[in-house]
Design a binder for this molecule. Sequence first.
Ligand code: GTP
Ligand code: MG
Length: 166
Amino acid sequence: MNRLTLTAGTACTLIGPPGSGKSTFAAQWPDTWRVSLDLYRKLAADTATDQSATPVALQIQALLLDARLARGLTAIVDSTNLRAPARAGLLARAAHWQRPTVAVLFDAPLATVQAQNVGRDRVVPAHVVREFHSLLPTVDQLHDEGWDTVHLASALGARPNSPNVR
Ligand code: GTP
Ligand code: MG
């Protein structure tokens, strides 16, 4: 995979259903760049899937995103980000700090995502993957929302060897 060049201070947001490869993609950069709801749910509740920990995870995500963007450090937001209000919140923080925004859209077909999902340790129910996949925005929609740059993950190429990420 040709690693995407991210200008320092970029708010890079990954957009895709569970199992689409967001965390695998994020693992190309230092761990500290990654802002992850799954990780913060796990830190709060010992399990990344405990949705009761989502409110605190969102607070941690917002704090760390601000902390990094304020310093001109890149942040990679590794959560599904399939709902427009969630994306608008991220765009607003980047605008506040006057940082460039990049969206990476994980556009693999549903069958591919389902196969990747069942092939890993943490399997998300198939109906959840399908529902989230149906929420994928288009590139035009993302440009209209105000993202400076939009990339299709499919155009960035398949990764050769990925670490086992969660
Ligand atoms: P959630 O954290 O549940 O939202 O999923 P995710 O989008 O972070 O997906 P993740 O990176 O965990 O990838 C899911 C599975 O697909 C893992 O087993 C990865 O190794 C695999 N995978 C990710 N990207 C690719 C890819 O480009 N090609 C192939 N063949 N497998 C991939
Ligand atoms: Mg992940």
